[in-house]
Design a protein around this ligand. Structure first.
Ligand SMILES: Cc1ncc(COP(=O)(O)O)c(C=O)c1O
Length: 379
């Protein structure tokens, strides 16, 4: 648990997150505002002047995400972006300059190595260490920013965010946490000591596999001003329709994560007993290497389960035999998806490694489908 939760529960907060005060004859969640510019005669004053800088639909969504990421915490700001990568790049490139050092996870999201190349091209030193075992602690000296991804994608390792954040602070180093896999209902990085919580809203936050979105939440006003400036000069902004759909989806976030995450645990337990399954990882499984620290800092363990089958051919046969699970990348959606992660190259995983994202299907149906596909793929 992240804190001694007081006040309304997560479902109550999710259904109302970011809503404006009710106005007679107006909808509960105001519709998307499509505007490249706003009426602005005379001196240019805010809040709404130009559509690349501000949009009322973003404002509602940003409030909603902020209320979930940092409930009751004053002075916290959230900025939404066109994608998770846009949000990640906004933190990294706005906070770092030539001569600075950044610590990244060596086992993080697949696009991080590409971002690393760009950071290095700008004269930024990049160090990496694995998420597990808090190994990033060993390479913090002199760093300006520590980038944590916990749980990591796709390996599902977890590090002690509170411990790493305290050590980073002692080194005068900023801390950003990629909170994509946990969602703000699973983990609140700012409460654990991070300066930024960043996530891809493309995944479980919005949960329907139909929009790309990213966000950054932070409590340091000057650091967030730099992130905002980065959004303005790069222009990686979400469309109003995407922002509105995201806000609408957040109303069901607690329902979705509770259902999907509970089924993920049930699936992990079912896979546990299978001889052909190795390297099973789910942070919510009591004998998972991440369980102890995950239970201390997470409220929910996510909807992704990873495991390996003996060979690439076996994994491919398994995926083809699934009937209720779409073969697709990404994760967090209400429809289960799975993929052989090695098909992309880039992740340090074996050929039979499967990343399985558990959806909102009936748990019994999903587990039966997976067990049947495992049996069929043996032939
Ligand atoms: C942990 C993590 N961070 C960031 C991203 C990037 O998000 P997006 O695809 O929305 O740009 C992803 C996408 O898979 C991810 O898994």
């Amino acid at each position: 648990m992240t804190d001694a939760d007081t006040g309304p529960g997560d479902g109550t907060r999710a259904v109302r997150a970011g809503l404006p005060d009710p106005v007679k004859h107006e909808p509960t969640l105001p519709g998307p505002v499509f505007a490249a510019h706003y009426h602005l005669p005379g001196d240019p004053t805010g809040p709404y002047a130009y559509g690349r800088d501000e949009n009322p639909t973003w404002t509602h969504l940003e409030r909603a995400i902020g209320e979930l990421e940092a409930p009751g915490q004053g002075g916290v700001e959230t900025l939404v972006f066109a994608s998770g990568v846009a949000a990640a790049s906004a933190v990294l490139f706005s906070q770092l300059g030539t001569g600075d050092t950044v610590v990244l996870p060596s086992d993080g999201y697949q696009v991080l190595p590409l971002i690393r190349e760009q950071l290095e091209a700008y004269g930024i030193e990049v160090r990496t260490a694995p998420t597990g075992g808090d190994a990033q602690l060993g390479v913090l000296d002199g760093a300006k920013l520590l980038w944590i991804e916990s749980p990591s994608n796709p390996g599902l390792d977890v590090c002690d965010i509170r411990r790493l954040a305290a050590a980073a602070r002692a080194h005068g180093c900023l801390v950003a946490v990629d909170n994509t896999l946990a969602t703000p209902l699973g983990q609140r990085p700012l409460e654990l000591g991070a300066d930024f919580s960043m996530a891809s809203g493309t995944k479980q936050l919005t949960g329907h596999g139909d929009i790309l979105l990213g966000y950054v939440t932070g409590g340091d006003a000057s650091a967030m001003a730099a992130v905002r400036r980065w959004r303005k000069i790069v222009g990686a902004i979400p469309g109003p329709m995407e922002a509105w759909l995201a806000h609408r989806s957040i109303a069901t976030l607690q329902l979705r994560v509770d259902r999907q995450n509970a089924t993920a645990l049930t699936l992990a337990e079912a896979l546990h007993g299978r001889d052909e399954v190795t390297g099973l990882r789910y942070p919510g499984l009591p004998d998972d290497p991440s369980y102890k620290i995950a239970s201390q800092q997470m409220k929910r363990y996510g909807c992704v389960v990873s495991f390996s089958l003996p060979t690439r051919a076996r994994a491919d046969r398994f995926l083809e035999a699934l009937r209720l699970v779409d073969g697709a990348t990404s994760f967090g959606g209400v429809r289960s998806t799975a993929e052989r992660r090695g098909r992309w190259g880039g992740d340090a995983v074996g050929e039979g490694f499967i990343r399985f994202s558990v959806g909102a299907e009936d748990p019994g149906d999903l587990v039966a489908d997976v067990l049947r596909a495992l049996d069929e793929s043996a032939r």
